[in-house]
Design a protein around this ligand. Structure first.
Ligand SMILES: CC(C)(COP(=O)(O)OP(=O)(O)OC[C@H]1O[C@@H](n2cnc3c(N)ncnc32)[C@H](O)[C@@H]1OP(=O)(O)O)[C@@H](O)C(=O)NCCC(=O)NCCS
Length: 215
């Protein structure tokens, strides 16, 4: 005798039925509701012009991207080092301090609001995001439920290692080192070194006032 499906199983079955039929129109409608005309123009600029500038090598490439992103960011101080292949998304939501460096393959999104201090280094293939998909409803596919915008903050003098991920809504304190491959799920302590998934503090930076004293 087959048993009755549980409430959770029924919800999952409904979800599975709906997912392939996710309405492209709903997704487009959500997108238009979430963005102003100026925001859409900025997104198009970062996609089309960004794609042209992204691969350019050498100092010319750095200089052209610096000028371009200065126009798109909410705030960008000094000269940024945006290396070939770095992807910057929803730039209107990014405020960055001096000497912002983003290495090749990194993905940095300001959709939910991203504030970055001075002297921040983002390593190759790191991912920094400031939104979550909504997923509370099980009878609608996630792709139709819109986004939660979660302002995300990175302090001054932060080094984000290769392949690290900074999750939305977190505050990475000034001086933090995020080790290669770490996933930051919570706020970090100033001058801490964090590693792993989820990232945990594995040490502190030396308390010396200059590099030579630290050696
Ligand atoms: C975090 C980091 C700076 C630490 O370097 P370090 O001070 O030389 O530290 P060590 O290599 O002596 O490692 C110290 C401990 O942390 C652990 N550790 C180091 N890096 C780690 C990582 N990415 N994930 C998990 N654990 C790590 C080591 O295994 C070691 O543990 P143990 O004491 O139990 O043996 C470095 O490991 C790192 O991740 N650098 C990022 C490099 C990078 O992404 N470069 C791209 C250029 S932007």
């Amino acid at each position: 005798m087959p048993r009755e499906p549980s409430a959770r199983e029924s919800a999952l079955a409904t979800r599975t039925e709906h997912a392939p039929n996710a309405s492209a129109l709903t997704i487009i409608r959500n997108f238009l509701a979430e963005h102003s005309p100026g925001g859409i123009a900025s997104l198009l600029a970062e996609q089309y012009l960004g794609a042209l500038l992204r691969p350019l090598p050498g100092f010319e490439g750095l200089a052209l991207r610096a000028g371009f992103y200065r126009l798109l960011f909410a705030r960008l101080e000094g000269f940024p080092f945006i290396y070939p292949g770095a992807r910057l998304d929803h730039c209107r939501g990014i405020r960055a301090g001096r000497s912002f460096a983003v290495h090749s393959g990194a993905f940095v999104s300001g959709r939910g609001g991203l504030t970055v201090g001075n002297g921040v280094l983002i390593g190759p293939n790191a991912v920094i995001v400031s939104t979550q998909h909504r997923y509370e409803l099980v009878d609608r596919p996630i792709c139709e439920q819109g986004h939660r915008l979660l302002p995300t903050t990175i302090g001054d003098d932060v080094w984000v290692g290769a392949n690290a991920v900074i999750l939305p809504g977190t505050r990475t304190a000034s001086g933090t080192i995020v080790s290669a491959g770490a996933v930051v799920t919570q706020d970090t302590e100033p001058y801490s070194i964090v590693a792993g998934v989820p990232a945990r503090m594995i040490g502190r930076r030396p308390q010396a006032s200059t590099a030579s004293e630290a050696e």
